[in-house]
Design a protein around this ligand. Structure first.
Ligand code: FNR
Length: 381
């Protein structure tokens, strides 16, 4: 298949990756209602078609926290990307840099901050999960600061792990597998030889780069989820932002806000931005989709901080809809994870190109020539 859309990349990833990994990327929590709504609520929004408005020049450029973006899209932090393709985070960060959009490195990446920064020549944004060991957290923040990461994205919607039933069924995080499960898993790998050669045989051993140095038991995939449950800190409150702020002088973006009251708290603690997000439907099933949660939050805090959003963005049309509702930019998670799993760096580069072309077309056909002027009048109703 010649991939033309983001969903084509999903299909290619499904073919190339072992089932266990594909399900990890693709899945959500519990019955996956929020995962579905993230996508469906975008589909339910109608763009307003306008005509005869000279759309020969379309400006997609914008900026976030002083950094220029060639379009209002960036790569969301996605854990374990080095398992989807060899040194996957480096490949994705290269594609993002070439496309002129930010890449945000997850705390639980395979390639660590140093590797990505050196290989790409530009430090990524850094996403922080707060674990209980504050000494280690302090070191990690110092490392991100020392390497020059421009923005810290503090993810706050994972005080406890969500119920990821697909992962339980595949046994991804289930501890040491039984003999029959181990054989099934081996077959899952062998029957996806392109992936096996690229990642398992050709790649370096997989560790959680940013965490492995201090926390040896976080090395293996099977140990990962139990480790998260033990080590991610559920005692966090808004007060902990002081602790972070004392160690980080750049912009802080709080990721995982779905409620206007929380958005106001983010303003109060001095965050520069938020990501309206339900973690791609992977945490609390049944919460609002990102795109439905967005408008009241923009109304509440849109003048006080930079509001970004994610969840269910599958096309450039979706990006235009989110901008119309007040987001300054969208993060995409699965779209780049699927593309990386399907075709590595070239896949991620292509997905970004697809999003750009789709945005350009949607802007032209809604008669809007500059993303910075996108407003609610682009939508019907
Ligand atoms: C994620 N997400 C995520 N978020 C985060 O802050 N740190 C992380 O390590 C991860 N890991 C992760 C892995 C995978 C496989 C997925 C799909 C998602 C959430 C991510 O940043 C983003 O919020 C969602 O992916 C956005 O939804 P879409 O674009 O996937 O629909």
């Amino acid at each position: 298949m010649i991939p033309a859309s983001v969903s084509d990349y999903r299909e290619l990833a499904r073919r190339r990756l072992p089932r266990l990994l594909f399900d990890y990327i693709d899945g959500g929590s519990y019955a996956e209602a929020t995962l579905r709504r993230n996508v469906e609520d975008f589909e339910d929004l109608a763009l307003r078609q306008r005509v005869l408005r000279d759309v020969s020049e379309i400006a997609l450029e914008t900026e976030l926290f002083g950094q220029p973006l060639s379009m209002p899209v960036m790569l969301a932090p996605v854990g374990m990307a080095g398992m989807y393709a060899r040194r996957g985070e480096v490949q994705a960060a290269r594609a993002a840099k070439a496309a002129g959009v930010p890449f945000c490195l997850s705390t639980v990446s395979v390639c660590d901050l140093g590797e990505v920064t050196t290989a790409v020549g530009t430090p990524p944004w850094f996403q922080l999960y707060m674990i209980r060991d504050r000494g280690y957290m302090g070191e990690l923040l110092a490392r991100a600061k020392g390497l020059g990461s421009p923005v810290l994205v503090f993810t706050v919607d994972l005080p406890v792990p969500g119920a990821r039933y697909r992962d339980m069924r595949t046994g991804l995080f289930g501890g040491k597998p039984s003999l029959s499960a181990a054989m099934r898993r081996a077959w899952d790998g062998i029957s996806h030889p392109d992936w096996l050669l690229d990642v398992q045989i050709g790649g370096k051993p997989h560790t959680f780069g940013n965490l492995a140095a201090a926390i040896p038991e976080a090395k293996g995939m099977a140990e990962f989820w139990p480790w998260v449950a033990r080590n991610f800190d559920p005692r966090l409150t808004w007060k902990d932002l002081d602790w972070i702020r004392a160690r980080w002088d750049g912009p802080i973006v709080i990721k995982g806000v779905l409620d206007s009251d929380d958005a106001r708290e983010a303003v109060r603690v001095g965050a520069q931005g938020i990501v309206v997000s339900n973690h791609g439907g992977r945490q609390l099933d049944g919460v609002l989709s990102g795109v439905r949660a967005l408008p009241p939050i923009v109304d509440a805090v849109g003048d006080d901080l930079t509001v970004l959003m994610d969840g269910g963005v599958r096309s450039g049309l979706d990006v235009v809809k989110a901008l119309a509702l007040g987001a300054k930019a969208c993060l995409v998670g699965r779209p780049w994870a699927w593309a990386l799993g399907a075709r590595g760096e070239a896949g991620v580069a292509h997905v970004l190109q697809i999003l750009r072309q789709e945005m350009q077309m949607a802007m032209a056909l809604t008669g809007c020539t500059d993303v910075r002027q996108a407003g609610r009048d682009l939508l019907v109703g």
